[in-house]
Design a protein around this ligand. Structure first.
Ligand code: NAD
Ligand code: DAU
Length: 356
């Protein structure tokens, strides 16, 4: 049998593919359009591995996707493909609608056509696992309890709204057509291969380059951090034993303010690679204009996952962030290969010319 993932040259998808090949003998077909965020070098170690098949394609290409499902007799789809950066969705939401909503729709249509032709027991066993985000639930105050699967959808950014729309389509395909779907809503991931536009890799890269470290607004916004390998293990577990039609929140109980996250990274770098001038990295923090509509706090209640399918994360924030800083320090060439033309244009658009 074979599984098919989309967006597997991106941050979480490539980690998932690497872990899958390490832990399973089952073939994995990896479909990715290779946008600015897709990076084939993440998959270098799989180049000669026959259990991993990479196909450059857009999830909006219905006939390509259907053909792949039929050719490889796929038993499960995991949909990672998305435009994923909130700030980019504020500058230009169109791609988010095209991929996150229309793309998911096309994928569902291809899955429905393929699944409809399957004989039993393959039809029973087929799964469509949709990888989504906690941002669909909106924002929390400091006093509110963490998001459960019962929270109302209140997306606040174009990115979050596009993911919410895709979640609704996935749900509707189960309710209306009986397509065996499962949706997961995960909190903020961090770890190897994350594109350096996101807070943690951006901070590490800029600190190592001696640059200022941008913190939006007052830096007191809270995110709930999960090491990417733990997200991947949760997805494998959900795929294995998750119930059709169910939604599972995934999180690691690691609520931190953004300023604290930046300070933890700075302290690790002070220990692992002290600046030549012996100044503390933290002195390079620069408070910059806030993100429009910035959600104040996310927090995930992952009780359902723990109690119904016995999943727990392996990493604490302290262990995961140390591994992450060490990975970026040991793989500076990976980041350097990214921070060229398009990336520079993005930094100017997002931060202007104010940062040194
Ligand atoms: P990413 O931006 O790093 O990677 C996205 C990948 O999708 C890229 O390789 C890109 O080339 C590919 N892609 C984009 N449009 C495509 C299209 N039309 N067809 C085929 N491929 C396309 O994103 P990520 O951080 O790895 O996130 C993966 C998924 O997990 C997304 O659906 C995201 O919403 C979700 N998620 C992310 C986080 C997080 O903290 N990063 C947390 C929860 C959920
Ligand atoms: O919660 C899950 C979501 O986490 C995923 O669905 C998204 O795909 C993923 O990008 C992430 O969204 P965030 O907006 O929370 O991540 P980001 O790394 O962009 O920002 C984290 C926090 O740090 C957020 O409050 C904004 C802040 N920030 C970010 C950047 C890039 C800064 O203060 N300075 C920065 O330069």
């Amino acid at each position: 049998m074979t599984i098919l993932i989309t967006g597997g040259a991106g941050f979480i998808g490539s980690n998932f593919a690497l872990d899958w090949v390490r832990t399973s003998v089952e073939q994995i077909v990896n479909v990715d359009k290779l946008t600015y965020a897709g990076n084939l070098s993440n998959l270098d170690s799989l180049r000669d591995n026959h259990n991993h098949v990479f196909v450059r394609a857009d999830i909006n290409d219905y006939s390509v996707v259907l053909n792949l499902l039929q050719t490889y007799k796929v038993r499960a789809i995991l949909n990672f493909a998305a435009e994923s950066h909130v700030d980019r969705s504020i500058h230009g939401p169109r791609d988010f609608i095209e991929t996150n909503i229309v793309g998911t729709f096309n994928l569902l249509e291809a899955a429905r056509a393929y699944w409809g032709e399957l004989a039993e027991p393959e039809r029973q066993k087929f799964r469509f696992l949709h990888v989504s985000t906690d941002e669909v639930y909106g924002t929390l105050t400091a006093a509110q309890p963490a998001f459960t699967e019962m929270n109302q959808y209140q997306p606040n950014s174009p990115y979050a709204a596009s993911k919410a729309a895709s979640d609704h389509l996935v749900r509707a395909y189960c309710h209306t057509y009986g397509l065996p779907v499962i949706t997961t809503n995960c909190s903020n991931n961090y770890g190897p291969y994350q594109f350096p536009e996101k807070l943690i890799p951006l901070t590490i890269h800029r600190a190592l380059s001696g640059k200022e470290l941008p913190v939006y607004g007052d830096g007191q916004q809270v995110r709930d951090w999960l090491y990417v390998k733990d997200h991947c293990s949760a997805l494998r577990r959900v795929l294995e034993v998750g119930a059709v039609g169910e939604v599972y929140n995934i999180g690691g109980n690691n609520e931190k303010t953004n300023l604290d996250v930046v300070k933890v990274i700075c302290a690790l770098l002070d220990e692992l690679k002290p600046r030549a001038d012996r100044q503390l990295y933290e002195l390079r923090v620069a408070f910059v204009a806030d993100r429009p509509g910035h959600d104040r706090r996310y927090a995930i209640d992952a009780t359902k996952l723990a109690t119904q399918i016995s999943w727990q994360p392996d990493e604490t924030f302290e262990s995961g962030i140390r591994k992450t800083v060490e990975w970026y320090m040991g793989n500076q060439a990976w980041t350097e290969a990214i921070v060229n033309g398009e990336y520079r244009t993005w930094l100017e658009k997002q931060y202007g010319n104010t940062l040194s």
